[in-house]
Write a protein that binds this ligand. Structure first.
Ligand code: GLY
Length: 573
């Protein structure tokens, strides 16, 4: 080789390896490497921890904390990173809820649930023959509610310490420079390939000529540009200007209903958290437009008079009692709960001891009761919501559950803006008695109306003992969310479990209709047989939820458990 060509080659190698190095680190502090990261399921630590569905996102949150951010800073950075590395559910095109406690002991509940477009109407999913069209409410442009996540992030930022631009930068880097796909992520993109083609009007980053393989890099340059607009123009970088115009153009190409006015007028609502006592613990959770906090309160209050500890973990007595509480609470969900600005929710009654005692007056410990008279639906096997639990050593606790609804939501990506839109309209009751994709039924309380928020099951929850932080918990899983949080709390409070067992032990679920108990793989066989003999219909389920739970130990340390059921991971220090 001639000297000159040697030097050219040498410089090219140096330039290439510098470029590769530059691409393998993200964030203002350059602490996270999207090509080398590990999954951690359990940690006991002192200063702070972040639990989320993907290790990279948890690491981004931890890096922000170590740089001086608090739990709210970490939450914002983690949520935005998930929008890139977990496109199934992490999102800017969906919505969610935050329940938090600040270091000065204030409690916060933020509602950034999607809402029906102003052109939406009660019967928009009923065809000319009078049939409910779940195919319209569950996929494509017409299934999309006005997204709320970005408004929620800016509301959360009021409690954070670092500039928003710093918190969004890791997500921008991950979208622009790419990140390496796990086997699960590659399979998931391949499984949805046909839908991505069917429900899109422009080419997307998620479809390529060949199948995705583990180790491939996913680049999302259009999403990076959208995130930059949010970084540079704040809320207006999403709800107005270029991004909003791209959303409206996408809607027009696919006959969706969302308008520029829908986006511009979207606001995150600050709600009063649901608060109630359970066996001396104070539970704080999400009020409507989520059903989560109220239904959780009803179920815990219905079982409180009974000696759960003596009954024992997942014995016939304890499971049957919990199932009957779940049945009654979910019957109330269908009838009484909806967006509080459109429906008078009888929250105080539903959470009162007297009401819940009366509700259990027909409970018979020797046989199954029946959920009659309404058409049954199938519980949809999807976990495509996502939950993040974070705590820091200043006393901030943040629980966020956010979703696109189904995996990849409507499957529609905003052309030129690179992000998936939700299919949250299916969480409305599109016709009385017709089950949504989670098998949940409803009526007037959750009927569609312009500007109304569809009823959710998301249950981000905090628990306190003697006014001190005790637990941060939440999970995805559609209608199984609330029963999973219910069981996680009972596992810790009644059965004295540590965080890992409380999360990992098999779960069960009943939601009134369909009148079936869903048992997770590994559930105690003797108990299952006994329940069947009592008249319960059983259905085996692969996995219920992906719970992220932090328990605060008596010495102040944080015991964290990221669910074994997915890629979920905890980062802490
Ligand atoms: N999309 C699921 C829920 O909000 O409950």
């Amino acid at each position: 080789m001639k000297t000159s060509s040697f030097f050219i080659s040498f410089f090219l190698i140096v330039i290439t390896s510098c470029a590769q190095k530059r691409q393998s680190i993200v964030g203002v502090g350059k602490e996270v490497d999207p090509y080398h990261f590990t999954q951690t399921k359990n940690l006991t630590i002192t200063h702070g921890c972040v639990l989320s569905a993907e290790p990279l996102a948890s690491e981004v949150g931890l890096a922000v904390m170590k740089r001086g951010g608090n739990a709210f800073d970490a939450m914002i950075a983690t949520q935005l990173a998930l929008a890139v590395v977990y496109p199934d559910a992490g999102n800017i095109g969906g919505g969610g809820f935050t329940v938090a406690r600040t270091s000065n002991d204030s409690l916060i509940a933020l509602d950034y649930r999607e809402m029906a477009p102003l052109k939406g109407s009660r019967d928009m999913y009923i065809d000319s023959a009078g049939n409910a069209r779940t195919d319209w409410s569950q996929n494509g442009h017409l299934s999309v509610g006005v997204p709320g996540t970005v408004a929620g992030l800016f509301e959360e930022h009021k409690y954070a310490k670092l500039p928003f631009a710093e918190l969004i930068q890791p997500a921008i880097d991950l979208a622009q420079n790419g990140f390496v796909l796990t086997n699960g992520q590659a399979n998931s993109l391949n499984e949805n390939r046909e839908d991505f083609i069917q429900y899109n009007t422009k080419p997307t980053a998620f479809v390529k000529q060949k199948k995705w393989m583990k180790g491939d890099t996913l680049f999302q340059p259009e999403l990076a540009k959208t995130l930059m607009r949010i970084r540079d123009f704040g809320m207006k970088g999403f709800y107005e200007g270029e991004t909003a115009k791209l959303v409206v153009a996408e809607m027009q190409r696919g006959k969706g209903l969302i308008s520029y006015d829908d986006l511009k007028s979207y606001v995150c609502k600050t709600r009063k958290p649901v608060e109630f006592d359970y066996r001396g613990y104070n539970v704080v959770s999400m009020p409507p437009s989520s059903s989560g906090g109220i239904i959780l309160g009803e179920m815990l209050k219905m079982i409180e008079p009974y000696p759960m500890h003596d009954y024992g973990f997942q014995t016939k007595q304890s499971v049957q009692l919990m199932i009957e509480a779940e049945r009654r609470a979910y019957a109330d969900r269908a009838e009484h709960l909806g967006d509080p600005e459109f429906w008078n929710v009888p929250q105080n009654i539903l959470l009162s001891d007297a009401y819940n005692k009366k509700r259990m007056s027909d409970y018979d410990s020797t046989k199954a009761s029946e959920s009659k008279n309404i058409k049954a639906g199938n519980v949809h096997e999807s976990n495509q919501t996502t939950h993040i639990s974070i705590i820091d050593d200043k006393g901030n606790m943040v629980a966020v559950t956010t979703t696109l609804n189904n995996g990849y939501g409507s499957k529609t990506v905003v052309g030129g803006a690179g992000f998936f839109l939700n299919d949250e309209m299916d969480d409305f009751s599109i016709k009385p008695g017709v089950p949504n994709m989670f098998g949940a039924v409803g009526g007037d309380a959750n009927a569609i109306a312009p500007g109304k928020r569809m009823l959710s099951s998301m249950t981000p929850t905090l628990v306190f003992k003697n006014h001190k932080p005790f637990m941060v918990v939440g999970t995805p899983g559609g209608t199984t969310i609330t029963t999973s949080v219910f069981q996680s709390i009972v596992n810790v409070v009644d059965f004295g479990m540590d965080a890992k067992d409380a999360v990992d032990k098999p779960k069960f679920h009943h939601q009134w209709l369909p009148d079936t108990i869903y048992l997770e793989k590994g559930f105690n066989k003797t108990t299952a047989d006994e329940l069947q003999k009592m008249g319960y219909k059983l259905y085996m389920y692969n996995a219920i939820g992906r719970t992220e739970l932090i328990k605060i130990l008596p010495d102040g340390k944080f015991e964290a458990a990221a669910d074994i059921r997915g890629d979920d991971s905890v980062s802490g220090y």
